[in-house]
Write a protein that binds this ligand. Structure first.
Ligand code: COA
Length: 153
């Protein structure tokens, strides 16, 4: 396996099919993607993962989207990209990095906390108010977003 993570080049297409694993619609993705830096994870030249990093201010960045091709999930690539994002934010002088997930995103909440993120805020009803159709994960209807924060020391 030959893995590399690199910033998406200007001549490369935005990998919407991967980004859509983590977000409901292209319209939702387009609200942040053009302001974000996009990093892709390649396995032998195949793109199997992506994350979008948005610098909020001089101290903070947020991972706005992170996704691994379904065939390659649960092999450690998500954790690898979380680490890569933290390293890049830290190198750029950020003191904090944020990530948000849905209230019933059990796996995501597990991975993020294991990677050193702590729950910071609950954004009440954000999912209920912003999506026309009910969305379920792990058999639970998604309602709120949980914002998690990691201090980069
Ligand atoms: N509940 C709790 N933990 C679970 C789980 C579940 N249902 N399913 C798997 N896990 C654990 C695994 O045991 C492993 O933990 P361990 O390292 O302690 O053994 C960990 O989750 C998997 O880590 P990793 O292999 O690095 O994750 P990944 O490569 O699958 O990437 C995501 C994680 C979330 C990026 C990926 O699953 C994905 O693309 N999901 C769809 C898009 C998405 O939801 N993105 C996040 C939006 S907030």
């Amino acid at each position: 396996m030959k893995i590399n993570i690199h910033k998406l080049k200007n001549n490369e297409d935005i990998p919407y099919s991967l980004l859509l694993l983590a977000d409901e619609t292209v319209e939702a993705i387009n609200k942040y993607i053009f302001d974000s830096e996009i990093y892709v994870l390649e396995n032998e030249n195949d793109m199997i993962g992506v994350y979008a990093l948005l610098f909020l201010d001089k101290d903070s960045a947020e991972i706005k989207n992170i996704a691994v091709d379904e065939k390659f999930q649960n092999k450690g690539f998500g954790k690898m990209m979380l680490k890569d994002a933290s390293n890049r934010a830290k190198e750029r002088g950020c003191k904090n990095i944020f990530i948000a997930t849905a209230d019933a995103g059990i796996k995501q909440l597990y991975i993020y906390q294991k990677a050193g993120y702590e729950m910071d805020k609950i954004l009440k009803n954000v999912i209920l108010d912003n999506y026309p159709e009910p969305i379920f994960e792990n058999g639970i209807q998604l309602k709120h977003m949980v914002l998690l924060k990691k201090e980069l020391s």
